[in-house]
Design a binder for this molecule. Structure first.
Ligand SMILES: [Zn+2]
Length: 539
């Protein structure tokens, strides 16, 4: 090889570097592998959208075709929500929003306004009410809704998704009469349909069209990117959800990175095995989600001891041990990761025992997930790390639920509840999320609760069971690296490192310099995915 050819080759080899983009003068912060904070000021991004170099203060700047001055603004990795319901968020945003209703009268007023604004809606669907926030804490009834709307069906889901209240027109459309038998694992009461009884109403609700799914997906994507969320563990994904995600990918409209968990075994016919990453690492069917119990608010969580505030509640177990093992075996044998919803301490113990058996058979790196891991017997927590079990938890559930949890459990059974620091210290992997739309998809109140055990208003002073607080680095880790690991995506996302995607956000404040209440109010200014700006706050 002669000299000219050598220098030509060198020029060719170095030319891609000259096309790179340098994001400079940033206040870069991310969580290191062990939950420590790392600081940097520059990011070199290749034309392939991946990180080439992370540059610290004082290090020399490489040449790049384009330089973007971040003007000292704070830059964080794109946040990853380990557990959310993407289409649920999109549909909720298009439906009647009852989150934060302060009373039954408030709910009625919102229903009245929505019904008047949507005269063409054949069914009125809403969600988000929580009678625990109302002065008398009484569940709403069909009669309450009939007084506002009686010409068409109304179906209003409780905030936790475990109960519906419907009007008489909806019961008529669903063929419900006083003679209708209550399904096992369900409850029907004056228009209230709890857990397995919800299906009677769901069956009668007209399904959304593909175009409505596309609209809901686009809405969800816009909301998530606006909160700085670039990756999601997409839970309880049905076939129409999966198809909407694929259509978005095929049309080049998919920006989020979705680690998808199918709803029970319903998708096995269509997607018999986990898929590869599709559309430039934006979509992957990775696992299947099962349920071991219901929710604490509606007293559907399966506890080892009776409820403190309703000692007669029984029969909350969803599956026998043998049934649960059989379900898991089918999913595991097909190569899927398993994510199981478990809220109560009895449900968590059952899932841990099942996963211990699977671990012996399939080895540890199947990353068995427990979703919520809310009320856990302290004796069971040390069992999860040895079985390779991931605790997928939602910090804002703790701030929303604490008063209700104290009532349901009494004062002496809270030790293993929402026990984030105990989980980390046990050596287990912790992933954070929000369970949107049950809670807001905004990860900043979650980060804030993670470090303070306080809500957005600083309640309670000093934090609830403050020994379970995390450091900022640990909380950020759970919302980035931990959530990526939980979805088998830690080689691609969760940290800004060479070879990983340049998914990052610019925010309006430095999380290391503000208190927890201010952290909760952080606003995202720009969201970048694969080195491209995909969202920006309107000026
Ligand atoms: Zn969920």
């Amino acid at each position: 090889m002669n000299k000219t050819l050598l220098s030509l080759t060198a020029a060719l080899l170095s030319s891609p570097a000259l096309a790179d983009t340098l994001i400079d003068h940033a206040n870069g912060i991310q969580a290191g592998a062990r939950g420590q904070l790392e600081h940097f000021t520059g990011l070199l991004v290749g034309d392939d959208g991946k990180v080439v170099r992370v540059i610290r203060a004082g290090e020399s700047r490489p040449h790049a075709a384009t330089t973007i001055d971040a003007q000292g603004r704070t830059l964080l990795p794109g946040l990853i929500d380990a557990h959310g319901h993407v289409l649920g968020l999109g549909f909720a945003a298009l439906q009647l929003d009852l989150v934060g209703t302060s009373s039954l009268d408030d709910l009625k007023q919102r229903l009245k306004t929505y019904a008047a604004a949507h005269p063409d809606a054949r069914w009125i669907i809403g969600r988000g009410w929580n009678q625990e926030l109302w002065p008398d804490k009484r569940f709403p009834t069909a009669a309450d809704l009939d007084a506002i709307v009686n010409d068409r069906p109304v179906v209003l889901q409780r905030v936790d998704g475990h109960a519906l209240v419907v009007n008489s027109a909806a019961m008529k459309a669903a063929g419900i009469t006083p003679a209708t038998a209550t399904p096992p694992g369900g409850r029907i009461e004056n228009g209230l349909f709890v857990d397995n009884a919800k299906e009677l109403i769901d069956k009668a609700t007209p399904p959304a069209t593909a175009a409505e799914f596309d609209r809901a997906f686009a809405k969800a994507e816009e909301i998530l990117l606006g909160y700085g969320v670039t990756g999601v563990g997409s839970m309880s994904t049905g076939l129409p959800d999966w198809e909407a995600m694929r259509r978005a990918g095929e049309a080049g409209r998919l920006q989020l990175r979705l680690m998808v968990y199918a709803d029970e075994l319903n998708l096995l016919g269509e997607v018999p095995h986990p898929t590869d990453w599709l559309f430039g690492d934006r979509l992957r069917m990775v696992g299947i989600k099962f349920y071991a119990d219901g929710a604490l608010g509606s007293r559907g969580a399966w506890l080892k001891q009776p409820y403190a505030d309703r000692p007669d509640t029984r029969l909350l177990q969803f599956h026998s041990d043998a049934e649960m093992l059989a379900l898991d075996e089918r999913a595991a044998a097909a190569g899927f990761q398993i994510a199981t919803h478990a809220i109560g301490d009895a449900a968590n113990a059952q899932v841990i025992s099942t996963y211990e058996k699977l671990s012996r058979k399939y080895g540890k790196d199947r990353r068995w997930r427990i979703e919520h891991f809310q009320i856990v017997d302290p004796a069971d927590i040390p069992r999860i790390a040895p079985a390779g079990i991931i605790a997928s938890m939602q910090p804002t559930h703790q701030t929303s639920d604490r008063l209700m949890a104290e009532k349901r459990l009494g004062p002496n059974r809270l030790e293993g509840s929402y026990a984030w620091q105990t989980v980390v210290k046990s050596g287990a992997h912790l992933a954070f999320g929000s369970d949107f739309p049950v809670e807001s998809p905004n990860p900043f109140p979650g980060l804030s609760a993670g470090i303070s055990r306080q809500d957005m208003n600083g309640q309670p002073p000093g934090g609830w069971r403050p020994a379970e607080r995390l450091t900022l680095g640990q909380a950020l880790h759970a919302f980035t690296r931990g959530a990526a690991y939980a979805g088998f995506a830690e080689q691609k996302i969760g940290a800004l490192e060479p070879g990983k995607w340049a998914d990052f956000i610019l925010v309006d404040r430095d999380p290391t310099k503000v208190d927890a209440q201010s952290l909760a109010r952080t606003e995202v200014l720009e969201t970048w995915v694969a080195g491209k700006k995909v969202w920006n706050r309107a000026p």
